[in-house]
Unconditional design. Structure first.
Length: 265
């Protein structure tokens, strides 16, 4: 039997995985959660596959030893599309990854044209090619990298105003692609990007549906932990790699979600 106070570990390069936490919390309100943000490694999207794989597998190996979680969620599309298989080989607990929500987007689109916004590393992965071939056959999938969106989301959660210019630039680039004006569904292939939902809706218009994987990931975690007991004693924990000062400005967002003070890993 798993002890009721054993935590779920949610891992991301930064604060994007809080979108997964937000979807999970109402489903498992008593589950203890440790959220780990690799702020010392942020951003992942500009790193090589080898750098990401080594960093994620190494960090999660050490975190699993220290925190003894019942389940690990890699709440990061870039890390999942590159390192998920390797992490599953290293860890002895269930590992849930995050992949671009191409399947639900393909079911949703009426025009047959889908936009996909991710990091540079995510959009070039063969994993995404396979998802497209399997689930989006017969639709047009237009991919674009939006590296600036990660820092925009990180800043927004720290209470800073969001500059719409990079969002408008991405929208214009997508629409300029062949068939781009027909986009009616947008896959947010980075857990940071739903934090910019208001800004994306303002630029892309409300009739363009935004699709991300947070709800599906939360349901998958619930399914894997079915029948287990949960008991949280005190606030959830938020740990970061590197200096805790890198999390400066997040206090309000974290307190509103039931996290205690930021801790260093």
């Amino acid at each position: 039997m798993v002890d009721a106070s054993t935590p779920i570990l949610i891992f991301d390069s930064g604060v994007g995985g809080l979108t997964v936490y937000d979807a999970l919390q109402p489903l498992l309100p008593q589950a203890p959660v440790i959220y780990a943000a690799d702020l010392a490694g942020l951003p992942y999207g500009s790193k090589t596959e080898a750098q990401i794989a080594a960093r994620v597998a190494g960090l999660l190996g050490r975190m699993a030893e220290r925190f003894r979680p019942r389940l690990v969620c890699i709440a990061c599309n870039t890390a999942s599309t590159i390192a998920l298989g390797m992490v599953r080989e290293v860890l002895e607990v269930p590992v849930v990854g995050t992949v671009p929500a191409i399947k639900p987007a393909a079911a949703l689109t009426k025009t047959g044209t889908i936009g996909l916004i991710g990091t540079e590393a995510t959009i070039r992965q063969a994993y995404v090619d396979r998802l497209e071939a399997e689930f989006a056959n017969g639709t047009r999938l237009l991919r674009i990298a939006a590296p600036a969106f990660v820092s925009l989301a990180e800043a927004k959660l720290r209470g800073k105003p969001v500059d719409l210019a990079p969002v408008q630039a991405i929208a214009e680039q997508l629409r300029a692609m062949p068939g781009g004006k027909a986009i009616d569904t947008l896959v947010l292939a980075c857990t940071h990007f739903p934090l910019l939902a208001d800004e994306l809706t303002a630029v892309f218009r409300p009739e363009v549906a935004l699709v991300d994987g947070a709800q599906g990931i939360a349901r998958r975690i619930v399914h894997l932990l079915e029948g287990q007991d949960f008991a949280r004693h005190g606030p959830n924990r938020f740990v970061v790699t590197g200096p805790v000062t890198a999390a400066e400005g997040l206090d309000n967002a974290l307190a509103a979600r039931g996290f205690g003070p930021v801790e260093a890993f």
